[in-house]
Design a protein around this ligand. Structure first.
Ligand SMILES: Cc1ncc(COP(=O)(O)O)c(C=O)c1O
Length: 381
């Protein structure tokens, strides 16, 4: 029986990280918790899947370095990153962006770096950094626009930005990245970016590599194919870095893997080609439709999102009360899984209790049902 009254539900789940919440919802009837791609395949993506035996054979018969380079060219050019160092040894291909992140975190930890980390952001980023002994200071999202880097950051330290950000969807445009990069360069600090969600937002597809290289700032960029295409977790994370970087990223990578799978590299090459030939447009239209659907249900209940400009595949919903953990627990009890936003606010979790995050890369009916139940539960208090 659905549980509608918040007072009926004990606050369960407090203390979980976001991935733990996502695991609880993974096979639930209505899962809009994780931000992984779970929308239906488009016709042309389905064609790519039909060709898997041939793709496997092609991956098998060619040198891995060639297959890998093709995937780098296809993906990075599909998202506008023509200045990326394709063809050099400064792109490390991993199974997922978290693996890339952990390699970076390890090297920063060993170097004794302090990291000014965007606040809020997806919690596995601060968790991985802390687990490798990195000291974190919050870099509030609104301060990024003014390039107001925390005073603690000096030579050998790092500024880490997620762009577009998860969960807010806020991208860092070139006119903000430039002063940030200049300031990092002048302080002798590394500028690191997680661009996992850039495929959804053309505002995040100007050539970051060209801009950062021209400024001459040390930089590392984590790229990710995993949020875009509904491929049952077949994805690549790329760890891309500037010339003469002091951190031993390649050495740390070699402790973890030899290469990612050439089959997945080939798959990414095909999907990126499909994306350029209209797939990105179709994907963005589907996400936009689901976003409108949620906004429509919110408006009917006089509720709103704080992320009006967001284009990414997740959306925050502002609650009438600061009780996201309770609302999430109440919904979970009836098989509807969302994320309470507390853990995104890794420095002040109470700030996130005002918001629930809803994943939009889902079938329309799933998003519709989730939005209806969310509105009903949130307004029942
Ligand atoms: C911004 C960001 N970076 C990295 C990750 C980790 O991705 P993966 O689980 O594919 O390693 C996530 C997961 O949601 C994320 O939101």
């Amino acid at each position: 029986m659905p549980v509608n009254r918040l007072s009926d539900v004990a606050t369960v789940g407090v203390g979980l990280n976001l991935t733990e919440y996502e695991v609880l919802g993974i096979d639930a009837p209505i899962n809009v918790a994780d931000g992984h791609a779970r929308q239906p395949l488009t016709d042309t993506q389905a064609q790519v899947i039909d060709e898997l035996p041939q793709i496997f054979a092609a991956a098998h018969s060619r040198p891995i370095a060639e297959v890998e380079r093709e995937a780098h060219v296809a993906y990075l050019s599909a998202v506008g990153q023509h200045g990326a160092p394709v063809g050099t040894d400064r792109i490390l291909t991993t199974y997922s962006s978290s693996v890339a992140m952990d390699i970076l975190a390890r090297c920063l930890g060993e170097a004794g770096a302090t990291v000014a980390l965007i606040h809020p952001t997806f919690d596995n980023i601060p968790d991985l950094l802390r687990s490798r002994g990195v000291r974190l200071v919050p870099f509030e999202e609104p301060d990024i626009a003014a390039a107001e880097i925390p005073a603690e950051i000096g030579p050998g330290d790092c500024v880490f930005i997620t762009t577009p950000n998860n969960p807010t969807g806020v991208p860092v445009p070139p006119e903000q990245l430039e002063p940030l990069a200049v300031e990092c360069r002048d302080r002798g600090a590394l500028l690191a970016l997680d661009t996992s969600f850039r495929g959804f937002d053309e505002r995040a597809q100007y050539d970051h590599y060209r801009l950062l290289t021209d400024i001459g700032v040390d930089h590392v960029i984590v790229e990710d194919t995993g949020k875009l295409w509904p491929m049952l977790e077949l994805k690549l994370g790329l760890l891309v870095f500037s010339e003469d970087l002091a951190l031993p990223l390649r050495k740390a990578y070699s402790d973890i893997l030899l290469t990612a799978s050439p089959l997945i590299m080939k798959l990414v090459t095909h999907l990126a080609a499909d994306a350029v030939a209209g797939g990105f447009q179709a994907m963005r239209a589907g996400i936009a439709e689901n976003r409108l659907l949620v906004l429509d249900r919110l408006a009917a209940a006089a509720m709103r999102t704080p992320d009006g400009d967001s284009k990414v595949s997740v959306l925050r919903v502002e609650l009438p009360g600061a009780n996201a953990s309770e609302v999430a627990a109440c919904l979970a009890a009836e098989g509807v899984h969302v994320l309470p936003c507390g853990p995104f606010y890794w420095n002040r979790p109470a700030d996130g209790e005002r918001y629930i995050r809803v994943a939009l890369a889902r079938p329309r009916e799933t998003v519709e049902r989730a939005a209806e139940r969310l509105v009903a539960v949130a307004t029942a208090a």
